[in-house]
Write a protein that binds this ligand. Structure first.
Ligand code: EPZ
Length: 429
């Protein structure tokens, strides 16, 4: 198994370019199914979730290619409608193939996306929305070779527009509905749609292809169904969660880091908290952190534009070395505090009460052997280890690699002592 070795308590100094957005890349690549011809996606991060999505597209009959950060997907040959297999079961976003396959061919068969450590992650809102668009679901197919696969079987002989009222602004349910509605017959309105920038990117990509999707006030999205979409070239924005993770690591370590492409306008909630903690970010995207951080007071995660749940663990790590007491309440997922136990191994003083975590900052954390519980928890442990005195070993690098293209390269370029090691070639320190 691959793990990270870090020797901490070094300030970070240098410049960094943030990778393309994982949570925009996944729905945009899936949306390449909605029409024929080669779509070219630029600034596409080289991460496991993207590779898994490309593997699913190839299973459906698409041709895919990659040169560096530019990926091409040509769905002209896609005639399959089932995506069972390791990749679809590994990534949560494979559920978006439901809307894309129904939009393309009126049929879909896919595994139930598993829950994960951060929560049960149901898909009831996705299924309710699809049914309103005319989709019918089956437990198992009555013919064909798929009968042995447990999962979601759906078809829609007439995919038509509808009014979808989401009880909560689910990112996935919003994106799945958009994918099914862009080629449906008639108009679809989504009330209380997700406001996340990644959902906007999906809409921009589809509109560039000839779709008609409009964001209206109050979280409403209106979609006028079209007959077909064209193949286009599209460039993904920077990943705001990777950027936020790195800003937090810089705040914890101290130093001066310039981000060449910081999506600051998408990180307003985080920047406001960093300002409370005594960390300045200049207009040009340079983080300046000197001296001991101040506590952040009370923080509550919320759907965009609120403080993002994906930065909750990295912020928790940093608040463990801030001066004073801070509290974070997690309102989006029901089990996203697993990183706390690992941070305690490094000397953190964290108390969990219900959906809130209370951090009493200590002057410094110390290095330890820890295990990444999930993707963003892994990034949190990297930030903590970089700020801690002494050496740390972080198991579970494969979680981190799902969303961070090369966290070692990035922090090494800022002067950190961090390296990736494999059990098979154990190094003696
Ligand atoms: C997306 O997940 C992101 N993933 C997550 O990022 C992110 O944490 C989340 O949005 C919230 O911002 C991708 O975009 C690939 P939701 P998603 O549907 O779509 C409940 C990361 O680290 N819900 O907005 O699954 C759900 O249980 C990942 O990059 C239902 O109850 O999130 C959760 O409590 C982690 N029924 C809440 O809504 C449903 O049918 C928000 O989920 C759907 C969701």
């Amino acid at each position: 198994m691959r793990y990270l070795e870090i020797s901490g308590k070094r300030p970070l100094r240098g410049e960094l370019t943030i990778q393309g957005s994982k949570n925009a890349a996944l729905p945009v690549l899936t949306a390449c199914l909605l029409g024929d011809g080669p779509c070219v996606i630029e600034n596409c991060p080289q991460i496991q979730d993207v590779e898994d999505t490309l593997a699913i597209l190839r299973k459906l009959g698409c041709k895919t290619g990659r040169v560096g950060h530019t990926v091409s997907v040509d769905a002209s040959g896609a005639e399959q409608f089932a995506i069972f297999g390791a990749e679809a079961e590994r990534i949560r976003s494979s559920v978006l193939f439901l809307g894309a396959l129904l939009g393309r061919m009126g049929e879909a068969a896919l595994p139930y996306p598993g829950g994960c450590v951060i929560g049960s992650r149901p898909i009831d809102l996705h299924l309710k929305a699809m049914k309103k668009l005319g989709v019918r679901f089956f437990e198992r197919p009555d013919t064909g070779t798929l009968r042995e696969e447990r999962g979601i079987y759906a078809n829609a002989f007439h995919l038509h527009g509808a009014c979808i009222q989401l009880p909560q602004p689910s990112v996935g349910a919003t994106e799945n509905t958009i994918l099914a509605a862009v080629l449906a017959d008639g108009e679809t309105v989504i009330e209380n749609a997700a406001l996340e920038p990644e959902t906007d990117e999906l809409c921009r990509f589809l509109n560039l292809r000839g779709a008609d999707i409009r964001r209206e006030r109050g979280g409403r999205i209106r979609i006028i169904g079209k007959k077909k979409l064209e193949a286009v070239r599209y460039r993904l924005d920077a990943d705001r969660i990777v950027a936020g993770s790195y800003l937090l690591a810089g705040a914890a370590c101290g130093g001066t880091v310039h981000f060449r492409n910081l999506p600051a306008e998408q990180l307003a909630a985080l920047l406001a908290i960093l300002s409370r903690m005594g960390v300045a970010i200049t207009e040009e995207g340079t983080l300046c952190a000197e001296g001991r951080l101040l506590a952040a007071g009370d923080v509550v995660t919320a759907p965009y534009p609120g403080f993002p749940t994906d930065l909750q663990s990295p912020l928790m790590a940093v608040l463990c070395v801030a001066q004073g007491v801070s509290q974070i309440c997690e309102t989006v997922f029901e089990n996203r505090f697993r990183t706390a136990a690992e941070l305690r191994k490094m000397g953190a003083d964290i108390t969990i009460e219900g959906s809130c975590a209370r951090m009493k900052g200590t002057a410094a954390l110390h290095g330890a052997d820890v295990n990444a519980p999930d993707l963003r928890g892994g990034a949190a442990l990297v930030a903590a280890a970089l700020a801690a005195a002494g050496r740390s070993r972080i198991q579970g690098y494969d979680y981190i690699a799902r969303g961070y293209e090369d966290i070692c390269r990035d922090f090494q370029s800022l002067g950190a002592d961090i390296r990736l090691t494999d059990d098979r070639d154990e190094k003696v320190w």
